[in-house]
Design a protein around this ligand. Structure first.
Ligand SMILES: NC(=O)c1ccc[n+]([C@@H]2O[C@H](COP(=O)([O-])OP(=O)(O)OC[C@H]3O[C@@H](n4cnc5c(N)ncnc54)[C@H](O)[C@@H]3O)[C@@H](O)[C@H]2O)c1
Length: 275
């Protein structure tokens, strides 16, 4: 029975930002394929998307790659048209793409603000709408998972202003769609990762403006489980939320954060005596 709860055989899953770069989307796509789903891989990096599709095919699962810039509404429409052509159905959508732009709020230009809003919020809205329309028409329900961040519920500081604002928006988009689409048995949930060891985080540690060791230490003081996350941690939680094991769960924001949000910004994991 337990295997049945997690079995995705016969379902089609579209994962955005799932190019083969060792990031969260890459790990999610591979995990959903392993659970039996047929995969549709979207990414602005065409070669990366093709590589993930090849990896999945090499394990005898079906997978198709498509170049899509989530900041371009026409690309999103074209991606869903290709999905219709190849599979003719969709059961699972994982909105994984997000970008950031680090800047002090007082220095952030409107153009940079709009660029992040366009990719993170417009892109998540439009992909959800395209998937939702199809799921409603199909009449078989479906599952949408949005990869949000702890930044959607808690301020990060350090110039993450517009990124955090979009993650707050994604959290609310998740709740609204969960309620609007519950009558169609479409479940909509979000995952809130803390720092995960993906290329994006590794790039941050290489930023010459930052002292990498200090940054790592400071980040870890906010994670009670005392380690950074791995993309597999996000893949495991996504598999749970899209599967039948979670079929009474919708509108939920699931932190996958080693206890970071539980600790909260004002807390400390160290007892004064041990300091
Ligand atoms: N890594 C972390 O510490 C962390 C923490 C919290 C939340 N998250 C979230 O997890 C998700 C994935 O993050 P990651 O760290 O794996 O990112 P990443 O930068 O390592 O990978 C992102 C992927 O998205 C693709 N991409 C970038 N811009 C795109 C666009 N405009 N259109 C389509 N594809 C695009 C890239 O080519 C890449 O394959 C994001 O939503 C991010 O906010 C990550």
């Amino acid at each position: 029975m337990i295997q049945q709860w997690f079995d995705l055989s016969g379902r089609v899953a579209l994962v955005t930002g799932a190019g083969a770069n060792g990031g969260n989307g890459h790990a999610i796509a591979r995990a959903l394929a392993e659970a039996g789903a047929d995969l549709f891989i979207g990414d602005i990096d065409e070669e990366g998307a093709k590589e993930t599709a090849r990896e999945i095919q090499a394990r005898d699962h079906q997978s198709v790659a498509f170049r899509c810039d989530n900041g371009n509404p026409d690309d999103i429409v074209a991606m869903f048209a290709e999905l219709d052509r190849v599979y003719g159905r969709i059961d699972i959508l994982v909105n994984n793409v997000s970008i950031g732009h680090r800047s002090r709020p007082e220095d952030l230009s409107l153009a940079d603000w709009q660029k992040v809003i366009r990719v993170n919020l417009d892109g998540t809205f439009l992909c959800s709408q395209q998937a939702g329309r199809r799921m409603i028409r199909q009449g078989r329900g479906g599952s949408i998972v949005n990869i949000s961040s702890i930044a959607g519920s808690s301020a990060l500081g350090r110039g993450n202003f517009v990124y955090s604002v979009t993650k707050g928006g994604i959290n609310q988009l998740t709740r609204e769609l969960a309620v609007e689409w519950a009558p169609y048995k479409i479940r909509v949930n979000a995952i809130q990762p803390a720092q995960i060891l993906t290329p994006a985080l590794k790039r941050l540690f290489q930023d010459p403006q930052l002292d990498a060791e200090k940054t790592r230490k400071r980040m870890l003081t906010g994670i009670p489980l005392d380690r950074f996350g791995e993309p597999a941690d996000i893949a495991k939680a996504t598999l749970f939320l899209v599967s039948d094991a979670a079929d009474f769960i919708t509108g939920h924001l699931l932190p996958v954060d080693g206890g970071s949000l539980a600790l909260n910004a004002g807390g400390s994991k160290v007892w004064p005596k041990n300091e």
